[in-house]
Design a protein around this ligand. Sequence first.
Ligand SMILES: NC(=O)C1=CN([C@@H]2O[C@H](COP(=O)(O)OP(=O)(O)OC[C@H]3O[C@@H](n4cnc5c(N)ncnc54)[C@H](O)[C@@H]3O)[C@@H](O)[C@H]2O)[C@@H](O)CC1
Ligand SMILES: [K+]
Length: 213
Amino acid sequence: MKQAPITAEQMRHYDSYTINTIGVPSLVLMERAALAVRDEILNAFPLNLGHVVVVAGSGNNGGDGLDVARLLHIAGVQVTILNVGNPDHASDEHKVQDKICQYYQIPQTTDLAVLKQATLIVDAMFGIGIDRPVKGNYADAIKAINDCDAVVVAVDMPSGINTDSGEVMGVAVKATTTVTFAFNKVGLTKGAGQKYAGRIIIADDMGTYATDK
Ligand SMILES: NC(=O)C1=CN([C@@H]2O[C@H](COP(=O)(O)OP(=O)(O)OC[C@H]3O[C@@H](n4cnc5c(N)ncnc54)[C@H](O)[C@@H]3O)[C@@H](O)[C@H]2O)[C@@H](O)CC1
Ligand SMILES: [K+]
């Protein structure tokens, strides 16, 4: 039976059950998520991959982004990471991914001007963790992304879209494609979210997560 779209709270429950009860490590889920985004980018946009800019927040959505940056870098793609999050609030998984990116010497910046050089942008600022209106430098980054001509691939959710309602929380990324994980999300199926998501890919939907718990 096809799984209905789910809310942020339901996804957090599935993440937690899969990690803590089944025992699939959080970083394994992150790697599977990032591999799916990498595959979508390499398969769908092979001719557009001049310079990929990964816009990373400091939570696990940003951690996914850093993981994608590393996978693309290893695949020979020119990648720059644009850090927009507060490093003091970095999640544990984000810190691990950041350390790996530093090993590979992937260029990192906090200057939004790098977006002007992008042919493809990976939006990894906020996923299901967004819980308040987007302001300040996060809003500036989203506006700058939307001002670019580049293809935009959103990780899990277009940043700024409410996972449960599809509402724009102040300002939101307009994606070409959204790669969401395990289950579709309610906010990608209605309201502005449906429009901002672009094409939706549901990755890793074949059983890493238990749906009957
Ligand atoms: N192990 C896991 O939990 C997995 C998580 N995954 C990724 O992790 C994401 C969820 O990660 P997080 O829970 O860390 O949350 P996010 O990375 O979506 O957001 C990070 C943090 O930003 C803060 N925030 C929320 N709204 C804000 C706003 N408007 N302005 C500034 N800060 C704001 C919140 O404190 C939030 O925790 C998923 O969407 C998915 O991409 C995947 O890697 C799969 C595994
Ligand atoms: K995102």
